[in-house]
Design a protein around this ligand. Sequence first.
Ligand SMILES: [Zn+2]
Length: 283
Amino acid sequence: MGKIEELLVNKGLYDSVDITVDDLDEIEKCLTKDEYAGNTIDCFCVHCATNRVFEYTNSEVHEDTGIMRMSVFDDGNPKVRRPKREEQFRRYLNKRYAMTYRCTRDRQHFIIFDLITTDDKIIKVGQYPSVADLVIPEIAKYKPVLGTQYREFSKAIGLFAHGIGIGSFVYLRRIIENLVFDKYNEVSENLEISNTEFMRLKFDEKIEALKPYLPEVLVANKNIYGIVSKGIHELSEEECREMFPYIKAGIELILDSLLAEKERKSKEKIFEKFVAKKTGELK
Ligand SMILES: [Zn+2]
């Protein structure tokens, strides 16, 4: 996936990608006004309720974003000669692009993006349906393992979708905490250590103490909690926004393994019940 597609499909509002003349090919493909450029993105369609290919249909380009241009002084100077690609690249800068993509299954299904370009960045300033609308149906499968925490996970995604980094981390941290404490409450009687001792442990030590009972991926990556906490206390909004998709993927990995475990247990139960019943019948 190219970085502009990544910005469109996976990033929240006010996120950006850096661009240079080296990205000209991708920029021309994505920001062209030519509706026959055949530019497509893979994206969740809220109407089809599944992933679809969306095709670029049109864009409105505003020449003036109202943002101060750094290179304004040498622009009109005929003495400044630049290579052709550089010239072409600069034509895309300092503009605003309102773009429409349509679902290839049904042209009535659309998604719109609003982007602005500066001298060296493309910034996403608008999107409808929102990132949260696109992502939340995909996390619905985690409801059985998240329970009441499901709302918090969707809130984290909603905040991220609106460009809020640190706030979204607060919810992610609560999800990790609750996964660990729920497991502790479930298995505390089997543990060697007392409740007081457990509560005194640092969080990564708590994870270690519950090692046999927690998903391997969480135990192996127990630093995730420290990273998220550091985000809340020390990192910038931008750093948190950049890290969000990775932390979210990590939490999903943990949830995937809980989901698989739940499914395995329920199959085991059905199977054991069947064998017990048939053993009785066939005696
Ligand atoms: Zn559709």
